[in-house]
Ligand binder design. Structure first.
Ligand SMILES: [Fe+2]
Length: 531
């Protein structure tokens, strides 16, 4: 029997068994192998999360305890909660902190199963009086590609909140994308095949949450996360994905999507909405910040344009390409998400409007790097050739949906609000000013480097500085970028300014969380940028 079949069958067995059994938890032994986590803080509530690993299957009772003291000398809240294999033994509780905790400055939480306690986590809510906040921004954490040193460095950075903008985990099998050092680092993917079934997605989430850096960051500050494509599979759109075969060998895409979503909500400390496909949501922090987390990935996105399909015998069909690209009906967010944004914006009087979203909004064309063609993978060569035609460099990003981008810019213009876009996805760090098609400045984009996924200089054998200078020169929105380092970005926000600090770590190939270099920018309340 192939291993994949074995895993599928055994997981079905486990679900059926635990649903019918009615045991207590005596004689069972437990451990908390995946840490604790919190997320989606509001002015009142925050989600608290853990996962219990039982020795025997069956329903489990877990007790949540809250204290404002780290030693739990005074417990202010206690609650019995239940889990089973139906939720993959994960626990999630939406705790009303404003009722039980004296201040919004933070509290401690832990879980108990049998006689075993979890680690102690620290979380917080915000209040209408919150005057400043420090938020970490992360994307593209790829377990087999390296250690999550970035998470560990960030855990020591006194963040009030952290955002994960997607690619929190990757679907690939051992031998697939970014797994070349996995064996050496003891980080081969679990399961070893591509994740497709519910059991696969659950096992992969579980593996990611065993990483030391991941545990440290999760237990130190609440998270607000949105998914990108790899939480499903590469280049997902609303009805399919590049990495989902259409020959039936990987089953139905919608079944796969449902499995991915179920596992995601089980394993991520975020608040669920009635429609499981709806992850876009808003947060308010005092009067300073209105944070809108968007879904540019699976909710309303039309299929990506494939530039190679426009290469004909007589050359590249530019007319058809631009005609398709600029189709007014091409959606990235989709009409219902767009009107949700318009409505939410109209009700906010926060100083800063921030979009936490997946893909680069900045208009971007690559410089001609055909000199660096030698040493580049055969797979990338045709794309490098397309650069010479002056096409946008990434059609999976907002550049592939220019009319939708303009729709969003118009909404913001009409509301009289500029905005900050936060993006991930590219694995490199960027800072840009954003202009609409008539040249009005609409906002600023801060795009963060990956936690571990390989970046530009890992693919293109070119010196980072040379590449950085030439791409900045080529693109008028782009002010700065880093082509070579892994890291995270913190933004410190008050009513007068935002200080963005891009932190880059030394290595992902050994356990070492030291910061190698950083770059700081100040954004004034008029959206002027100073290095
Ligand atoms: Fe990624």
């Amino acid at each position: 029997m192939r291993r994949r079949q074995a895993i599928k069958i055994s997981s079905l067995g486990a679900i059926g068994f635990s649903a019918s059994i009615n045991t207590g938890c005596s004689n069972n032994a437990f451990s908390f192998d995946h840490g604790v986590a919190s997320g989606d803080p509001t002015h009142e509530r925050v989600i608290l999360w853990t996962r219990v690993t039982p020795k025997k299957v069956g329903p489990i009772e877990v007790v949540l305890e809250i204290s404002e003291k780290e030693d739990f000398s005074k417990v202010v809240f206690k609650k019995k909660l239940n889990t089973s294999s139906l939720a993959d033994y994960t626990i999630k509780y939406d705790f009303k902190a404003s009722k039980y905790c004296k201040s919004h400055q933070g509290f401690f939480y832990r879980f108990k199963a049998g006689n075993v306690f979890s680690e102690v986590g620290k979380s917080r809510t915000f209040s209408a009086e919150t005057q400043s906040v420090k938020i970490g921004i992360f994307s593209c954490s790829n377990f087999p590609a390296g250690y999550f040193n970035v998470y560990e460095a960030a855990a020591k950075d006194n963040l009030d909140l952290w955002l994960h903008l997607g690619d929190y985990l990757y679907e690939y099998p051992m031998g697939g994308y970014a797994t070349n050092v996995a064996e050496k680092l003891g980080r081969t993917p679990v399961p070893p095949h591509e994740m497709i079934s519910l059991s696969d997605y659950r096992q992969r989430h579980a593996q990611y949450k065993t990483d030391h850096g991941s545990k440290e960051l999760h237990k130190n500050a609440p998270l607000v996360a949105v998914w990108d494509d790899h939480e499903f599979t590469n280049d997902t759109w609303k009805k399919g994905a590049e990495n989902h075969s259409i020959d039936g060998s990987e089953g139905d895409f919608f079944a796969r999507r449902s499995a991915a979503i179920k596992a995601y909500f089980e394993w991520m400390p975020i608040r669920e909405q009635e429609s499981k496909r709806k992850i876009f949501r808003e947060f308010k922090i005092g009067n300073i910040l209105h944070l809108l987390m968007l879904d540019t990935r699976q909710y309303g996105r039309d299929k990506q344009i494939q530039p190679l399909e426009y290469l004909t015998k007589s050359g590249f069909n530019q007319a058809k390409f631009y005609n398709d690209l600029n189709d007014i009906n091409r959606n990235l967010l989709g009409p219902s998400q767009i009107s949700w944004i318009e409505n939410a914006i109209s009700k906010s009087n926060a100083k800063w409007t921030i979009f936490g979203q997946q893909v680069l909004m900045t208009k971007l064309k690559f410089p001609d790097i055909s000199n660096a063609l030698e040493g580049i993978s055969d797979q990338l060569k045709p794309y490098i050739q397309l650069i010479k035609l002056g096409l946008p460099s990434n059609l999976d990003a907002w550049d592939g949906y220019p009319k939708e981008r303009e729709r969003l810019y118009k909404i913001m213009q009409r509301s009289g609000k500029k905005f900050i876009s936060l993006a991930g996805d590219t694995h490199n760090a960027w800072l840009s000013q954003l202009f609409d098609e008539t040249g009005n400045k609409v906002g600023i984009e801060i795009a963060t480097a990956s936690v571990t996924s390989p970046g530009l200089t890992d693919y293109v054998p070119i010196e980072a500085k040379i590449f950085e200078n030439s791409i900045i020169k080529k693109n008028n929105e782009l002010l700065w970028m880093d082509a070579s380092s892994r890291g995270f970005t913190s933004i410190k926000i008050n009513k007068n300014e935002i200080v963005a600090k891009y932190n880059f770590i030394k290595t992902i190939y050994e356990k070492n969380s030291s910061i190698k270099k950083f770059k700081k920018f100040k954004i004034s309340k008029n959206y002027e940028i100073k290095a």
